[in-house]
Design a protein around this ligand. Structure first.
Ligand code: TRP
Length: 330
């Protein structure tokens, strides 16, 4: 039996951080052994909000690609590509736009939220409203069965299913219904206790050096009520403990939690354990990053051959789409 298909994308809207690693990349790596996986760099999606200044775009795309490989994605197993190199996504997007009621797009919660949240850019654009529809095209064109994403993306998956159904109703069964695969760690806190995000400047980047990582952890906020070393703390109020839950063993989690509650250990002791564990997760990633960063031609080849493979699959779907609608032939 053919393997089920998985598809997911990541926006090159900044350098990737450890939140992207545990929230997406590590999950992608696990899935590559079991499914036929397509993973792509959503460079058009980055343009839906960062259209005015594209000076960082190339670097960000390269950073995503290098980090995908550094996290353990294997181009022999998974197809890794750039959205903009598979122009069929745009064709499907335009065809889906014909059958998409405006109200469906206007009511997607991320639309209003991001418009309110982002004040330094004009997001009253056609492209920004169509963001979830472009995502639907990304997913449907591979007739994907599963889409690994964080909870924040579930509304986009919902609209994808609705649009797929609407297409099938009008023109016949072309698209299966994709299901979300929720990641275990959808939200990772940053060094200040808020959600890790480049807008807050609280990220630990995969491109940081060991020294930078150490420094960032050492200066992290902890339980704000534990002021003196002798005060007893509540680990649940400390973002450092939150990271322990992701990067430390169960035993060490319990040890630091107990040490914090009883004031047997100080915050720096607790941080040192985290630094050791985080560095041991990041070391093989840094090694692979350096390997790939020194081989730009290899990176080019990986992106080109992945994009070519993805195109073949997309072209097959578009034949069926055009035939179902009755386009292009008399
Ligand atoms: N919107 C997704 C995000 O910001 C990125 C994305 C674009 C995506 N197209 C996709 C994710 C298709 C999954 C499937 O994280």
């Amino acid at each position: 039996m053919a393997k089920q298909r998985v598809l997911s994308g990541i926006q090159p809207s900044g350098r990737l951080h450890i939140g992207n690693l545990v929230g997406a990349l590590q999950n992608w790596v696990k899935l590559q052994n079991q499914y036929e996986c397509y993973y792509f760099i959503a460079d058009w999606h980055a343009l839906t909000s960062q259209y005015a200044d594209t000076s960082q775009l190339k670097d960000n795309v390269k950073d995503v690609l290098v980090n995908c490989l550094a996290a353990g994605l294997d181009p022999e197993k998974a197809t890794i590509f750039a959205q903009s190199r598979v122009i069929e996504h745009a064709e499907l997007h335009v065809l889906l736009s014909m059958i998409t009621p405006l109200s469906w797009l206007e009511r997607v919660p991320t639309y209003k939220e991001k418009q309110t949240e982002v004040n330094d850019k004009d997001l009253n654009t056609y492209g920004f409203l169509g963001y979830p529809l472009l995502q639907s095209a990304d997913i449907l064109i591979y007739r994907a069965n599963y889409v690994p994403v964080g909870v924040d993306q579930m509304p986009h998956l919902e609209i994808t299913r609705e649009i797929g159904r609407r297409f099938n109703n009008f023109y016949g069964e072309v698209f299966p219904e994709p299901e979300g695969l929720l990641t275990e760690f959808p939200k990772v806190v940053g060094t200040d206790g808020r959600k890790m995000s480049k807008t807050y400047g609280n990220c630990i980047y995969l491109s940081d050096s060991p020294k930078e990582v150490e420094q960032k952890i050492k200066t992290m906020t902890t339980d704000p009520q534990r002021i003196k070393r002798t005060d007893k703390g509540d680990p649940e109020l400390s973002p450092v403990y939150h990271l322990h839950k992701i990067f430390s063993s169960k035993e060490e989690q319990e040890q630091v939690a107990e040490g914090c509650r009883s004031a047997e250990i100080g915050c720096l002791d607790c941080k040192k354990v985290l630094i050791r564990n985080l560095l041991s997760v990041m070391e093989p990633i840094w090694e692979r990053r350096n390997h790939y960063l020194g081989k730009p031609d290899l990176l080019d080849d990986i992106l080109s051959s992945g994009s070519e493979k993805a195109r073949q699959t997309s072209i097959d779907t578009m034949h069926e789409v055009r035939k179902a609608i009755g386009l292009g032939h008399i």
